[in-house]
Design a protein around this ligand. Structure first.
Ligand SMILES: *Cc1c(COP(=O)(O)O)cnc(C)c1O
Length: 426
C-alpha cells in the first residue's frame, strides 16, 4: 500500500492498537479480566515461555486490554513499543532496573516531581543506584555530572510543579556524547503537546494517572522504547547484551532489535518485580486517551487564561507558566510545546503562607488535593501539604516556598474557573 498516509494524532488517539474483538465483534476494547490464558498445546506453551512466540501467559506479564494501551501510547509517542505498569513510579523502577546494576550512577534533573526526588534519593539509593543531581537551567551541569559509572540521564519535559520547560535536545546531546540513554518523563506535556523522542529522547515514561487517563480515576504508568539506542556497544547494559540462561542463552538486544528495551523491562523487570497494571485500569485509561487531544488543548487554553488573570491580580506576586509571554521559559515553550504549555502552573501569593492556606480553604469549584491531570480544576498549597516535612530552605529549592500555590487547571468553562479564583483571592 504505497499511497497509505500515516494517520494523524487524533485518529491514532482513538484507534491505535485497537480492532474489533475477533471473537465477539465488540468495538470498544473489552476488559480481559483474567489472570491466565489457556495454551493451545504443550509446544505452544514451551514457545511462549522461551520467548520464541508472542502470546499471553499470565496477566502479570501481558494482558490483551493492556496490550492495546501499550500499542496506543507507543504510537502516540512515536516509539517502537511500550510497557504499562501499576503506576508512574513503577515505570521508573522498571526503567532503572533494566539499565542499572548496584554501584552504577544516573544523572537527574533537580527540577522533578517530588515523588521522583524521594524515589531516587531513598529507595533507589538502597538498591545501589546512585543519583547525581544537575540543573536543567545549566546544561553544562549535566556534562559535569557524568562519570564512567553513569548509565542514564533523567529529566521531565515540562517539570512539575514550576512550569519549567526543559531543553530536551541540548540534554540529549550530552547523553549522546556520554553514550547513555536519555529518559524523559513526559507526564505533564503528554505526546499531544510534546514528543520527546523527536527531540532525541531514548526512553519516555509517564504517570498514566495524570493527563493520559485524564479523569482522576485510575493509577497507572508506562515506559516507551524509542528504539534507537544501541544497547550492545561496550556491553554496558548487561541485561540487554549478555546471554540469559533462563531464556536458553538468548541475548535480548540481538533478538529483539529496536524494541529490546521494552522486552527486557517486561521479561526481566515486570516478571520479577511484579508491578502489573490491572486490565480494568488499562480500559479506563484507554478511554481517557481517546479524548487526549481535545482535553489537552482545552487544559492549555484554560491555563493560559488563568495565568493571565493571576498575573494582573494585586494579591499575586508572581506567576510561573511557560505559556505567558515574558515568562522565563516562554521561548523554550514555543519550541517544545507550541500548541500550549499544559495545565499546571504555580504562582506566589503576596500574603505568604497564611494566604496560601486561606486560598485552598476558600475555593469552591477547585478541589484541594494532591494530584494533577484531572478533568476537574485542582489546587494545592505545597508548603502546608506535600512539602511540609522539608525545611524552609529545602522548600524554596524545590519550588515549594511558603507563598507558592500550584494549580492543575481543568476543562470546565474558563469563566467559572477564574470566577472561583477571584472570590477565593478576595
Ligand atoms: C504523578 C507523577 C509521577 C508518579 O506517578 P504515579 O502514577 O503517581 O506513580 C511521576 N512523574 C510525574 C511528573 C508525576 O506527575
Amino acid at each position: 500500500m504505497t499511497d497509505e498516509r500515516l494517520p494523524g494524532f487524533a485518529t491514532q488517539a482513538v484507534h491505535a492498537g485497537a480492532q474489533p474483538d475477533p471473537t465477539t465483534g465488540a468495538r470498544a476494547t473489552p476488559i480481559y479480566q483474567t489472570t491466565s490464558f489457556v495454551f493451545e498445546d504443550a509446544e505452544h506453551a514451551a514457545s511462549l515461555f522461551g520467548l520464541q512466540a508472542f502470546g499471553n501467559i499470565y496477566t502479570r506479564i501481558t494482558n490483551p486490554t493492556t496490550g492495546v494501551l501499550e500499542e496506543r501510547v507507543a504510537a502516540l509517542e512515536g516509539g517502537t513499543a511500550a510497557l504499562a505498569t501499576a503506576s508512574g513510579h513503577a515505570a521508573q523502577l522498571l526503567v532503572f532496573h533494566t539499565l542499572l546494576s548496584p554501584g552504577d550512577e544516573f544523572v537527574a534533573s533537580n527540577k522533578l516531581y517530588g515523588g521522583s526526588i524521594n524515589q531516587f534519593n531513598n529507595s533507589f539509593k538502597s538498591f545501589g543506584w546512585n543519583v547525581v543531581w544537575a540543573d536543567p537551567d545549566d546544561i553544562a551541569s549535566f556534562e559535569r555530572a557524568i562519570t564512567p559509572k553513569t548509565k542514564a540521564i533523567f529529566i521531565e519535559s515540562i517539570a512539575n510543579p514550576g512550569g519549567i520547560v526543559t531543553d530536551i535536545a541540548a540534554i540529549a546531546a550530552v547523553a549522546k556524547r556520554a553514550g547513555v540513554p536519555l529518559i524523559v518523563d513526559n507526564t505533564l506535556a503528554t505526546p499531544y503537546l510534546c514528543r520527546p523522542i523527536e527531540h532525541g529522547a531514548d526512553i519516555v515514561v509517564h504517570s498514566l494517572t495524570k493527563f493520559l487517563g485524564g479523569h482522576g480515576n485510575s493509577i497507572g504508568g508506562i515506559l516507551v522504547d524509542g528504539g534507537r539506542f544501541n544497547w550492545l556497544r561496550e556491553g554496558r547494559y548487561p541485561k540487554l547484551s549478555q546471554p540469559l540462561p533462563e531464556y536458553n542463552g538468548m541475548v535480548l538486544g540481538e533478538t529483539f532489535g529496536n524494541f529490546a528495551f521494552a522486552i527486557a523491562a517486561r521479561v526481566l523487570g515486570l516478571r520479577d518485580l511484579g508491578p502489573a497494571i490491572s486490565p480494568f485500569n488499562s480500559f479506563l485509561i484507554l478511554n481517557g486517551i481517546e479524548t487526549l487531544p481535545l482535553r489537552m488543548q482545552k487544559h492549555s487554553d484554560n491555563a493560559k487564561a488563568v495565568a493571565e488573570f493571576l498575573a494582573d491580580h494585586p494579591a499575586v506576586s508572581w506567576v510561573s507558566y511557560a505559556g505567558l509571554p515574558g515568562d522565563r521559559y516562554y521561548n523554550l515553550g514555543r519550541h517544545y510545546v507550541p500548541k500550549g504549555a499544559g495545565a499546571v502552573l504555580t504562582f506566589g501569593l503576596a500574603g505568604g503562607y497564611d494566604a496560601g492556606v486561606k486560598l485552598v480553604s476558600s475555593v469552591k469549584l477547585f478541589s484541594h488535593l494532591a494530584n494533577i491531570g484531572d478533568t476537574r480544576s485542582l489546587v494545592i498549597h505545597p508548603a502546608s501539604t506535600t512539602h511540609r516535612q522539608l525545611t524552609d530552605a529545602q522548600k524554596i529549592a524545590a519550588g515549594a516556598g511558603p507563598d507558592v500555590v500550584r494549580l492543575s487547571v481543568g476543562i470546565e468553562d474558563k469563566e467559572d474557573i477564574i470566577a472561583d479564583l477571584q472570590q477565593a483571592l478576595a
